[in-house]
Design a protein around this ligand. Structure first.
Ligand code: KE4
Length: 434
């Protein structure tokens, strides 16, 4: 593997000032700017396995892992080799390739609810296109989503709950027309009554219901027993399409995603992150009759210059092959449990109220003194400032967490007891000095 030339440590404050002169907010995605935790963002130079090296020359155990794609940590040799080989044969043709068919077949094999799919370059693009396919298929305009669930930055899903929960949404971002926000209904997660009321109030008008089956974007939250089954029952009865956004959970919580864990067959699934092996590749897919609405088969247009590009396809294929051959899931769950248990112990020793919620290899430490976090409202009772102090204490201790309280942290197959014990020692210190 090509070795990076030795660079002397940079002053990240100065680097950030320079970045802000050319990049909006100095970053290419808002959460990286550390606004939620304060301070100067970490500029990363490289990553190997469970570790990243900052532009400050320091190494950090990485629990953010680029927000989810890196099941085997950074720069796993088989994935690097696959991408390098693909690159050397031409990075993009804007034409059909056999390799993308092979990857599509592997995804279908993992998720039998997907009969037909389309690859895109981001999860947002995939989610946006799934919404268009659902609207084209049903001839309906409205979409239901849950507060606290994030489906990318498409207009009609960047919506907050209007007053009275089941009323139509209001923009949650500047630049989203009121008329577009009004096509989205936002209800509380884990509240089937609110879903029933929304359908009652909008009979025959709802094209799709979007849900992260195990939400990670308000922190990790569990669906109540029967909740997902309830969504499946209601949407089937109402002839509304059930869309599982598995951009995070797909190939993370199980090779077949949350839908396999819960035995629920959505009409459409949105995937991203892991299926690209760390390169820009996402996908949406599901029922053949619905997906056939998408051009060139059907009247709903959707396209992309680099969709299914050979380099990302090669990395994604190598990722899925590794997941199959190494079956990292039991070990990763064990690592996450070990770390979360240790964190609970450290919080008790430090006298800091902490509620840790974890599923498989993803988890969130909520800084709150209370019961289970079951929805956006309870998630928001977490102490964002305490999380920010913890985040910086960990950073000082050589551990990089997601720079925001309401996100999921991850372990990878590259993490070992060494990294976890190192991180637990840092956590005890950070919690004691909170
Ligand atoms: P992208 O457009 O960022 O590839 O995917 C959007 C998306 C869709 N659905 C779910 C469930 C997601 O979590 C995401 C993106 N996740 C965020 C972090 N939770 C990406 C980080 C960022 O925005 O920089």
């Amino acid at each position: 593997m090509a070795r990076m030339k030795k660079q002397k440590p940079a002053n990240m404050k100065r680097l950030f000032e320079r970045a802000r002169k050319s990049l909006v907010g100095g970053v290419n995605s808002p959460v990286r700017a550390f606004k939620s935790v304060g301070g100067t963002p970490l500029f990363v130079r490289s990553g190997t396995g469970a570790w990243i090296r900052g532009a400050d020359g320091k190494s950090y155990v990485d629990f953010c892992l680029s927000w989810g794609p890196l099941m085997f940590g950074h720069a796993r040799r088989e994935i690097v080799a696959a991408a390098q080989t693909a690159m050397s044969h031409g990075s993009t043709f804007g034409a059909a390739t056999e390799a993308e068919v092979v990857l599509a077949e592997k995804i279908k094999d993992a998720l039998p609810s997907i009969e037909l799919l389309r690859m895109t370059s981001s999860g947002t693009e995939a989610g946006m296109s799934a919404a268009r396919a659902a609207r084209a298929f049903t001839g309906r305009d409205l979409i239901i989503k849950f507060s606290g669930c994030y489906h990318g930055h498409m207009d009609s899903l960047l919506v907050a709950a209007g007053s009275g929960a089941t009323t139509l949404g209001i923009p949650d971002s500047a630049g989203v027309p009121k008329a577009v926000a009004a096509t989205t209904i936002v209800v509380p997660f884990n509240d089937l009554n609110a879903v029933e009321n929304a359908f009652k109030k909008n009979k025959g008008k709802i094209a799709a219901l979007f849900v992260e089956p195990i939400p990670a974007n308000m922190g990790v939250v569990f669906p109540d027993d029967g909740f997902l089954e309830g969504l499946r029952r209601i949407t089937k009865r109402e002839k509304t399409l059930l869309v599982f956004d598995e951009v995070i959970t797909g190939f993370r919580v199980a090779y077949g995603g949350a839908q396999t864990l819960y035995g629920i067959k959505p009409d459409l699934t949105v995937l991203g992150k892991i299926i690209g092996g760390g390169l820009p590749l996402a996908a949406y897919g599901g029922r053949r009759d619905v997906m056939s609405m998408i051009a060139p088969e059907g009247p709903a247009y959707q396209a992309g210059t680099l969709s299914g590009n050979p380099v990302a396809v090669a990395a994604g294929t190598a990722m899925l092959d590794l997941l199959k051959s190494e079956n990292p899931y039991p070990r990763m769950e064990q690592l996450a449990e070990y770390y979360c248990e240790g964190l609970r112990g450290a919080a008790i020793a430090a006298g800091v109220p902490l509620r840790i919620q974890s599923v498989a290899s993803m988890f969130t430490p909520f800084f709150l003194d209370g019961g289970e976090v079951t929805d956006y409202k309870s998630a928001m009772t977490a102490d964002k400032k305490a999380y920010g102090r913890f985040f910086h204490g960990m950073l000082k201790g050589g551990v990089y967490l997601p720079p925001a309280q309401w996100e999921a942290a991850f372990v990878s197959y590259a993490h070992t007891d060494r990294e976890l014990d190192f991180a637990l020692a840092a956590a005890l210190k950070a919690l004691k000095n909170l």
